[in-house]
Design a protein around this ligand. Sequence first.
Ligand code: NAG
Length: 418
Amino acid sequence: MKYLAASVLLQVGLTLAFSLPNIARLSRREVVEDKGDHILICRQEPLELGIVLDSSSSLRNRDFKTAIKFLQEFLSQYEISSDPNGVRVSIISYGKGIYPEIGFNLTTYDTKDEVIEAIGRIPHKAGLRTDTGRAIQYMHEAQLANGVVRPGVTKVSIVITDGNSQEWKLTKEAAEEARKDNIVMFAIGVGTDIRNSELLNIAGDQSRVTKVDNYNQLSSIKESLAHQTCFVQEKTTTTPVPMDEPCGVSDPADIFFVFSPANLGSDGTLWATSFIGLTVDTEDLNQGFRYGVLSGSCPDDAGFNLDAYSTVEGIKNRLESYERNKVQELVKTLADDGFTTARGARANSRKIAVIIAAGKKTSELQDEVAALVAQNIQVFVADPADKGLTLEGATILSGRSSKLQAEAFVSALCPKRS
Ligand SMILES: *[C@@H]1O[C@H](CO)[C@@H](O)[C@H](O)[C@H]1NC(C)=O
């Protein structure tokens, strides 16, 4: 089953060849990219990035090169430049102590090409210690220091390590200090030696911890990490919410849309993408929201070859898979492991599932809806047929068009403040 976790805005799996008319006109600063099998929409905010890279002897030289290549590919997803709205990058590598002479600062390079080239020139020092804490301190106090960063711009640090630091308390304290200064800390642990407690000490929250088994697996996280780090600034003040502030700023939400093109048919699928497009296009939902889509497309749907089955029984069993309720399976997937950090969900946001379904099979979803509700996930159902469905625990959106149902959904999410 193809599972698409998306993030800052929306990553839509195009399992059918249709266009997304509403998504083309997403507003402001948003980047829409056709990635072939999906469309990626990401809001590009200015960002100060501080990379902290392990260069100790526990890494083999080959692994260090893999980490460098990962960083280059990862960074190439950002709009790096010295423009006022650009993403700026600094890096510090460490092992036995820190190696500022082979790193660079936010203002050292002006273009993405220069940054990516400079990363490629960083040598492996194979230091005999793992001084992660000192490196975090340097990132915080020298590279992302208050006088250096642009005021009001989100600060993000990504720490890549495969070993536990000798001075774990210093690591913990240095990371805490950095977080107190509003640097959002991400920890990437590579290999089996690194303890989760060390990563958690760095990141401060499990939602910003990523673990991979080896350096080769790093490339698999580069997109989700880029999405996680291109979010908009979280609200930090306690002043009352001004009337015109998008509601996601004070009340962020992670929203998964679930629909099955196989169940909806092509008209229903167009309705669904129109509904999603209109929802994400809403000003009020511009900040603080993350969107994901779960739309299925099991390999089974592709059919089978002339020589795949030698018995009638085999063919009949296979044919039964076409009759299964696909949307039910998708909702079950969401209930089983949908809102995990690996799928981009955040610890402190509302969890919302929007099931787009039509027809009599919708009533079969009751158990799955109950499982979602039991996990404190708010469930909405959008129905292209607007037939007045009932599903206990879910809010049914009504309205004769995708536009009206999208409006109903948005006003349920963001009640008008008085
Ligand atoms: C980066 O900034 C620090 C602190 O200002 C400075 O000591 C260091 O030399 C700079 N490094 C580079 C490569 O410019």
